[in-house]
Design a protein around this ligand. Structure first.
Ligand code: ZN
Ligand code: ZN
Length: 560
């Protein structure tokens, strides 16, 4: 099982919406499949070439490499703090990647899928440079969106060429560009339309949003797509006569999934192992991307792999999220709309964020972040339901049963129903995670804790203790089994919290080394647990107070 996330583009630090669509979702899936006993490899890396990096470096007055060295180190460290369990988080400047991309492109060139053509590109006479991709903005010819970029429209998602833009302007100086002749190398996607369409139709995992979008696009007619650019910052194009050109950033970024696998396998001394992940009959690959990245993973990547003629496995599933908006608007660093992944960790513990983002993951439509919504989810689901149930159960066992799982002499039908409920919820959650329905899985996890909470409220073991100690013991025995199941089942979503529960339950090793099926292995009677401390704290600040707190964090970080 190869689990990947879209390569974060590191011109800026990712915001929460970037994270939930890529790295966080991939991490939840990778952790789940490891618990299932699969051989999992989780890879991604910093996408550091291309025009937005150059644009940002120009703005800051430094070289692109200086910018990406700094940002890659910063972002890689942040992902660790977010608990991302990458086997390899690499970068597109690494030599394994560069070499692989060049060799791969030469292979498809020799296979006849690449052709060169004199074409007319936008050129800024003031800056004396061609304006590919994000160096130019204008109106989308399809939907009329005013701020479409040279390579893609953010509103309708269509891939564009810069010359398609209506009323284009140079993003460096704002001037109207001219059209100038230059030579570029193209991949002839039309030759691949039929196998691509067959692949997408036959793929049972692809969610409807990815499937429909891709099939529509193929039906409209796949145009040849330039794989070279007139920019300096990137991988030199390997084609004969292409000196001075570099490889289009999306082409190399999607090939990075392969090169990152190769790099990892070499590093662990098994240089041929990567083939099992990319050619193995029983290997599956799972991609987590934002919806604007769908065509690169369902069209461009499969097209490249097919064109190699080598028999690569095509993506098994591409799970695409919609956008996370902030108070009804798209995240924008310049307008200070949104929350960035470094700021978030200064405000609340990482598992609060991981839980919130997964439980509200924008799967069917755009989601909207507000402080009220965040505080409500944390308070109602994590603190009052999950945390409260676990803490009541464990402290009660600590104080009234000498810290040992009580003996259940006799289980009633209601007790059995709760134990059955554990099995059903854990099974449902596994099905949801298999289907990449992470949001549903997070909510099933909470419903399991709700089941335990309601059971405690109904049985009132604190009262039973006065009249029927054996009944109270049986209830606490059952409740302890719910806590055990919650510890395992929460491991993919809240790894730190799960580990805290595992340790408090006095279980050996780490929850992250166990198996998903261990959720259903009961704690034995008499098993000793440790002293419990609360898992979460209630958020009682208002939205205004949280906004002020965020502003303070920003100020502190800007000065650091
Ligand atoms: Zn558009
Ligand atoms: Zn210009």
């Amino acid at each position: 099982m190869l689990v990947t996330s879209a390569w974060p583009y590191i011109n800026v630090t990712p915001h929460l919406g970037n994270l939930v669509g890529s790295v966080l979702s991939a991490d939840v899936a990778a952790r789940f499949y490891r618990l299932r006993g699969e051989e999992v490899l989780m890879v991604s890396g910093s996408d550091e070439h291309g025009t937005p990096i150059e644009v940002e470096a120009l703005k800051q007055g430094i070289t692109p490499k200086a910018l990406t060295d700094r940002n890659h180190a910063y972002v890689a460290e942040l992902f660790k703090r977010w608990g991302a369990s990458f086997d390899n988080y690499t970068r597109t400047e690494n030599p394994v990647h560069k070499e692989f991309v060049q060799e791969f492109l030469m292979k498809i060139y020799r296979n006849g899928y690449i052709f060169a053509e004199e074409s007319r590109m936008l050129y800024c006479e003031r800056d004396q440079r061609f304006l590919p991709d994000r160096f130019v903005e204008g109106k989308c010819p399809y939907c009329g969106y005013e701020h479409a970029r040279g390579d893609q429209c953010d509103r309708c998602g269509r891939l564009l060429e810069t010359t398609f833009l209506v009323e284009p302007h140079c993003v460096i100086c704002g001037n109207l560009p001219v059209v100038k002749a230059t030579k570029h190398w193209y991949i002839d996607l039309s030759q691949l339309a039929e196998p691509l369409s067959e692949y997408i139709k036959a793929n049972r995992q692809l969610p409807a949003n990815a499937k429909n979008f891709s099939l529509n696009w193929i039906q409209e007619g796949l145009k040849a797509r330039a794989v070279t650019r007139d920019v300096e910052w990137g991988i030199p194009a390997p084609f004969p006569g292409a000196e001075g050109k570099t490889v289009y950033v999306w082409v190399e970024a999607v090939l990075g999934y392969v090169s990152a696998t190769i790099e990892y396998c070499r590093r662990v001394g098994k240089p041929e192992l990567w083939r099992e992940f990319w050619f193995g009959k029983d290997a599956r690959s799972l991609f987590f991307v934002g919806k604007d990245n769908i065509p690169f993973h369902t069209i461009l990547l499969p097209a490249l792999l097919l064109a190699s003629g080598e028999g690569y496995n095509l993506p098994w599933n591409v799970s695409a999220t919609e956008f996370l908006q902030f108070k009804g608007e798209k995240a924008s660093k310049s307008r200070r709309i949104g929350i960035w992944i470094d700021e978030a960790l200064e405000l609340f513990p990482v598992d609060y964020w991981r839980f919130f983002l997964v439980a509200t993951r924008p799967e069917a439509k755009d989601a909207n972040f507000s402080w009220e919504f965040f505080a409500d989810k944390i308070n109602a689901d994590l603190n009052d339901t999950f945390g409260n149930f676990v803490h009541r159960t464990l402290t009660f066992i600590n104080s009234r049963f000498d810290g040992a799982v009580p003996q259940a002499e006799q289980l009633t039908m209601e007790d059995e129903a709760v134990l059955q409920g554990i099995r059903e919820k854990v099974e449902t959650m596994a099905e949801e995670l298999e289907a990449a329905k992470l949001q549903s899985a997070a909510n099933t996890l909470i419903s399991l804790s709700r089941l335990g909470n309601q059971y405690l409220n109904e049985k009132e073991p604190w009262n039973l203790l006065k009249t029927d100690r054996a009944r109270a013991a049986a209830v606490l025995y059952v409740a302890a089994q719910v806590v055990k199941a919650l510890a395992v089942a929460s491991a993919p979503i809240m790894p730190g919290t799960a580990e805290q529960m595992w340790q408090t339950l006095g279980l050996a090793g780490s929850v992250h080394w166990c198996r998903w099926s261990d959720a259903l292995e009961p704690l034995e009677e008499g098993h000793k647990i440790a002293k419990a401390s609360p898992l979460f704290r209630k958020i009682d600040s208002t939205a205004e107070q949280l906004d002020e707190l965020l502003a303070k964090v920003r100020e502190k970080m800007a000065n650091a």
